[in-house]
Design a protein around this ligand. Sequence first.
Ligand SMILES: [Zn+2]
Ligand SMILES: [Zn+2]
Length: 471
Amino acid sequence: MYIQFHGAAEQVTGSCYLIEAGKTRILLDCGMVQGSRLEELLNREDFPFDPASIDAVILSHSHIDHSGRLPFLVKSGFSGKIYTQKASRDLCRIMLKDAGYLNEREAEWENKKRQRKGLDLLTPYFTVKDAEYAMLQFKGTNYSEIKKISPTISFRLNDAGHILGSSIVEVWIEEQGVKKKIVFSGDIGYPNRPIMHDPTIIKDADLVLLESTYGDRFHRSPEDTHQELTDIICQANSDKGNIIIPAFAVGRTQRLLYDFSKYYDEWDLDRWKISLDSPMAISATEVYSKYTDLYDDDAAEMWKNKSIKSLLPNFSFSKTANQSMQLNKIPSGQIIIAGSGMCTGGRIKHHLKHNIWRKHCHIMITGFQARGTLGRQLVEGAGHIRLWGETLKVNAKVHTLGGLSAHADQTDLVNWYKNFSQNPPVVLVHGEPVAMQALQTKLKNETSSEVLIAKKSKKIDLLNLSNINFI
Ligand SMILES: [Zn+2]
Ligand SMILES: [Zn+2]
């Protein structure tokens, strides 16, 4: 009876943990590594376990750093079910197909270079078809229902308040009459966030896997974040440039649209044209519209039975590449939301190319930027960036808004953990080392708990949690 850490160990992305109890082996998440090109090559490597030997996957949520390698897992022999909340399943259908499409384009691009060098050609490690095939193994479930995977393992999903359909996962396992309960936080939100419910409070566990993305940060208060947004839009109004927002298709985009709808008059948004320039974010927004029952009361009241266009009259979806290119020609008065969220690909790169060197433009960074990404360079104040072999000067004003994050900060994480009775041991996952160490110190100081930092490939013996250590 053990858990093994195959990803998101001393890094944020690539979430993947293997649990074995009795004869059953399950995975919690099967995510992609996101970062530099070199780091992302790791996604193509074989799994460090036999995919055919895995009985089921429990998926916390649809973000690609949690779900992105599922098509590759299926292609490599996994034939079991993939359990996730129903909205999360619908979002995965969009996101995994998109990931397959990007893989195909990436391989095409790489192969042009390889052909010229006389090297062997690459095949995409999974395609759109592979993603569609993997979707057949998905089993959508509801929050709060206990599901049995085998005689030795059952689980329950609970609202994590991070994005639509995101879950905190409770897993009950049994071996030779010994029962243990693991709680995996997944990515968790925080109380009083727009659209989402507060993260579910769980009171009992034998072991907690806790995310630590912002384990060393403190978000600004909602009031300060609101003021920050107001100031940026006000400044941009007088600068008469564009506002470019790299946004994650699922979660952040809908949050921004919610804020724009709510503060339409206060922010004088009728002076602007607002475009959502991402086919994937458009599809994700449609899924959000389908599951209004998962919203908190404010969002449900504002959005139920209303179209976005009735709330935002100057808003448009930019679906085709041609529509996207048209946006590049307009020098001012536009708010453009485009993916990818970390500026590693997609239409945002084109908008940056056309706007970043212009001092009247504003770039709004709204979410976590992994090491090695272009978005991270912007957050760290790069004076120049490189796009398609061209060096561009960063003259636009770059704003980083931590308060729009979909992740709990240090205080939220500690408060959520403190709801557990009897201080169960904690393994920190999903964080960069500095954030993990800060959260480890804080948790140790405030509770008497054992707090470990996940180590890649290492195991924990679940029968020996009173003396918890990696083996
Ligand atoms: Zn997430
Ligand atoms: Zn994540």
